[in-house]
Design a binder for this molecule. Structure first.
Ligand code: ARG
Length: 599
């Protein structure tokens, strides 16, 4: 396909000297495989776009393809056989784990910072957005040839620890004695209501509730944070314990989600001894100004940001922004990154504008390298989730519920399925993660169980089902067909394909439904590139649904294993099945979703 695109571009460039050539994908494979919108060129040449597209259609000749003007668009449509050969070769001649051959290393370093939950609060459905969007961005950049560093800016420092320490020392002894009491860490799915982390969370919520009526409690919390910053052994000891408990729980969730980081050690606390040098640098650059009540701030009006960036409170304690500044300086030094993506909620837009602006004032090197990719909040039907009030939806409750609902469906439809529990987990997770990706990144998601768990329509399980159905056809076909489509270890060494050469006779793929499937398969690479470009998984999720849907049309209309099929028809269709299975699995993998072989 790349070769054909190149030829088309060259011919256009020859016909239109001085015009920048950009190609698009037509809306459907009926129209063609590539489209050249004539608007810009026509304007440059002082022509009508429709007339220009007709002239070009008459002037350009490309072997194996037809050119047709459709209004202002010039469409190139491949002959059925050419399309089949191009798409199958692109997928099947690449290693099985990496259809479309992932791009060679481009030498660019991208930091993806994601998940970043706050310790001593629980992992909620909101954190899922950051975690899974970030995971998909990391996977995709890697696939596209970037050198990816996966970081988690754990919220393991800050005034909320003052609150927690104050609450713990006030109440832990009465009625909430030992955080780990009654709790067996070895249990696979502990009751969230009884974990140490949940008890901490309850203390936090209670403190905020009582503080409303007793403002003196705020000073108590502040005092504890001060003690923590001053290395008070009691404060330190408790902090460490809370952190360890949290990490154990987060790790369990990351394992379950199949997500990993290069390190969990670069959270907010990590930058503690880099705060003083950071403040010094800000001072040396002449950026620090005295704010209200002895606080220190940086003015940013000159770069269009009205709110000054607060970097030190009146009592001398550091804040969230100070740690982010220390972090970005550390990352510059350690990774010399080309791009640093912050996958953080839309409520922190101003914070990142401030951080980026201050960093650029310190060193113009930072300009254009950092990007906040905000995502919408997950809302309960009655309003924004708030950790303080305690009305949150816990991620694990959602995953468990999804798994149970899927398990019930399997029990009803396919009780003999092997590895039922594992398949239910893969599908439940697929449903939740895919639901998230199908939603626009920036818009808030209103969370309702039914929509998350819906197993029909544009969902993960729908795509997973298409894959499983293909695998079942390939198993029935016998020989090594299923093996050709089987998953290797995607992180492992590249296994050379292909024990079977591409079929030479592709007449079995001339039907419109086969052609439609080929067209959608050809759309995956640009969907993957769009994920990295737009920093959201939505284009990939949509394209996977399009592939699954067109597979269904192909499966219904083009018999694969029918006894009266000529062997070459059967082989060509089986090859398309192999290509589709690989492509679906690859796409799901990039999103962090597994594809069961059977369901
Ligand atoms: N811990 C923060 C929160 O949960 C997110 C951290 C985002 N990353 C950053 N570099 N500030 O709201």
């Amino acid at each position: 396909m790349d070769a054909l695109r190149h030829t088309f571009e060259q011919q256009l460039a020859a016909a239109l000297p001085g015009v920048e050539i950009t190609l698009e994908r037509p809306k459907s494979g009926e129209l063609g495989d590539l489209a050249f919108p004539c608007f810009r060129a026509a304007k440059q040449l002082g022509k009508n776009p429709a007339q220009l597209s007709q002239e070009l259609a008459a002037a350009i000749r490309i072997e194996g393809a037809a050119l047709a003007a459709a209004g202002p668009y010039l469409n190139l449509k491949l002959a059925p056989e050419t399309r089949a050969k191009a798409v199958l070769a692109a997928i099947l001649e690449a290693p099985p784990e990496r259809p479309y051959a992932s791009r060679p290393a481009n030498g660019k370093k991208v930091i993806v910072e994601y998940s970043s939950p706050n310790i001593a609060k629980l992992f909620t459905i909101g954190h899922l957005r950051s975690t899974m969007i970030g995971h998909a961005l990391a996977q995709t950049h890697q696939f596209l040839g970037y050198d990816v560093v996966r970081l988690n800016h754990l919220g393991d420092w800050g005034t909320q620890f003052g609150t927690l320490l104050a609450a713990y020392t006030r109440w832990a002894q009465d009625g909430n004695p030992d955080l780990e009491e009654d709790f067996d860490w070895a249990e696979p799915a502990p009751d969230r209501r009884r974990t140490p982390l949940f008890r901490l969370f309850q203390l936090y919520v209670r403190f905020h509730a009582e503080e409303e009526n007793d403002p003196a409690m705020r000073d108590e919390a502040r005092g504890w944070f001060k003690r923590l910053e001053n290395n008070d052994p009691k404060a330190r000891g408790l902090w460490k314990r809370f952190r360890d408990l949290s990490l154990t729980e987060f790790q369990r969730i990351y394992d379950r989600l199949g997500v990993s980081f290069d390190t969990l050690e670069q959270g907010e606390a990590f930058y503690e001894d880099r705060l003083a040098p950071t403040m010094q640098r800000l001072e040396d650059a002449g950026l620090l100004v005295e704010g209200e009540r002895g606080a220190r701030v940086i003015h940013l009006e000159d770069v269009g940001i009205a709110t000054p960036c607060l970097v030190q409170k009146g009592d001398g304690t550091s804040i969230y922004a100070t740690r982010d500044l220390a972090a970005v300086l550390y990352r510059q030094q350690t990774y010399a990154f080309d791009r640093c993506l912050y996958v953080v909620g839309v409520d922190q837009v101003l914070h990142f504008q401030q951080i980026f602006a201050v960093a650029e004032k310190l060193d113009p090197w930072f300009k254009g390298r950092m990007l906040h990719t905000p995502f919408g909040m997950v809302k309960l039907p009655e309003g924004k989730m708030s950790t303080r009030k305690g009305n949150v939806i816990f991620l694990e409750d959602v995953l468990d519920e999804a798994r149970e609902r899927v398990a019930a469906i399997i029990e009803e439809k396919n009780p003999g399925l092997k590895d039922k529990a594992e398949v239910a987990e893969m599908l439940g997770m697929g449903a939740v993660v895919f639901f998230d990706a199908m939603n626009d990144r920036v818009k808030p998601i209103t969370f309702t169980w039914d929509r998350v768990i819906a197993l029909d329509g544009d969902t993960g399980p729908y795509v997973q089902y298409a894959h499983a159905r293909i695998m079942s056809v390939l198993r029935k076909a016998g020989g090594d067909w299923a093996l050709q489509a089987q998953a290797g270890d995607p992180e492992g060494p590249v296994v050379p394909f292909l024990t079977r050469p591409l079929p030479t006779n592709l007449d079995g793929l001339a039907a419109p439904e086969a052609q439609a499937l080929l067209f959608e398969l050809a759309g995956l690479p640009s969907a993957i590139a769009a994920v990295a470009e737009g920093c959201m998984a939505t284009p990939l999720a949509r394209q996977l649904v399009a592939v699954a849907r067109s597979f269904s049309g192909f499966y219904t209309n083009c018999p694969i294993l029918a006894p009266d099929n000529a062997p070459e028809v059967r082989d060509a269709r089986l090859a398309l099945c192999v290509a589709t299975a690989r492509a679906l699995r690859q796409g799901l993998f990039l999103m962090g979703i597994q594809a069961p072989e059977e369901m």
